[in-house]
Write a protein that binds this ligand. Structure first.
Ligand code: SF4
Length: 265
């Protein structure tokens, strides 16, 4: 959001289950598209994850994830509408060869999902006008992961869209040995807890702004979805409205997550 000339400055303080985030942010005074909120949200999500990891380190645990390991890049990655728009913009800005290469890989992934018989269900997930609960999505997650299909954005076990990767990818880290990640559904895989799932917060934000059902789009379908809905991407909102509503979703998630951990612990 820093590219906007006139910005209003806010001090924000967020209580996460692993400590407080206190930071100053600049919010554009004018009207901006939904994608303008992503850098701020990603930065807050990143700070929340640093606090989570610090707490685990202090408790003597260590994060096993290392560069070059992409075992988890075979799972279904759900992304919010704002992320789908931002990813599509990023792909559109690539040079033509790279763009065509990635679009061809997305196409191949969709063909594989169709052969496996789950493309229709994944598409209806993206287009559903009803919010779907985790129990309804779980069988689809399992069927997707059973394919062990590398993410279409994975090249030689490296993410080719690292700077633009979805929130769900940013939030996944484990403390269990990396070898356990060959089978991510095993109980022995110990993920780092996530204080605020940004894909959920962003999908609630989009639903609130547009009066639609909250939705998450499977990553291999996200660019197609964004292209089919490109007129919605031209909508603009006052920067402060976007910011306040986004913070509201983050606060809601954080307080539910804090209460959930209190009940578990
Ligand atoms: S977008 Fe990148 S980090 Fe996320 S699953 Fe795909 S390759 Fe992995």
């Amino acid at each position: 959001m820093s590219h906007h000339p006139a910005a209003e400055h806010f001090e924000i303080s967020l209580q996460t289950p692993s400590g407080e985030i206190s930071t100053a942010v600049g919010v554009p005074a004018g009207f901006v598209p939904i994608t303008a909120i992503l850098p701020l949200m990603r930065s807050l999500g990143g700070e929340a994850q640093v606090l989570e990891q610090r707490r685990l380190l202090e408790a003597g645990q260590r994060i096993s994830c290392e560069k070059g390991c992409a075992a988890c890049c075979r799972m279904l990655v759900p992304i919010s509408v704002p992320e789908a728009f931002a990813l599509t913009n990023a792909i559109d800005q690539l040079d033509q060869n790279e763009r065509n290469r990635l679009l061809a890989k997305l196409d191949l992934a969709q063909q594989q999902l169709a052969r496996a018989g789950i493309l229709k269900q994944l598409s209806s997930l993206a287009d559903s006008s009803e919010p779907l609960n985790d129990e309804a999505i779980e069988p689809l997650n399992r069927a997707y992961y059973a394919l062990r299909m590398p993410c279409p954005f994975l090249d030689n076990e490296t993410c080719s869209i690292y700077a633009d990767r979805p929130a769900a990818c940013r939030e996944l880290a484990v403390t269990s040995p990396a070898t356990e990640c060959q089978e991510m559904t095993k109980q022995t895989v110990q993920p780092v807890p996530v204080a605020v799932r940004l894909s959920t917060a962003l999908s609630l934000l989009w639903a609130d702004l547009t009066g639609t059902a909250p939705r998450l789009i499977p990553l291999p379908l996200a660019v197609d979805w964004a292209r089919r809905h490109k007129e919605e991407q031209t909508n603009q909102w006052a920067g402060t409205e976007l910011f306040e509503k986004a913070m509201d979703k983050v606060w809601q998630y954080l307080s539910q997550e804090t209460a959930r951990r209190r009940n578990v612990g």
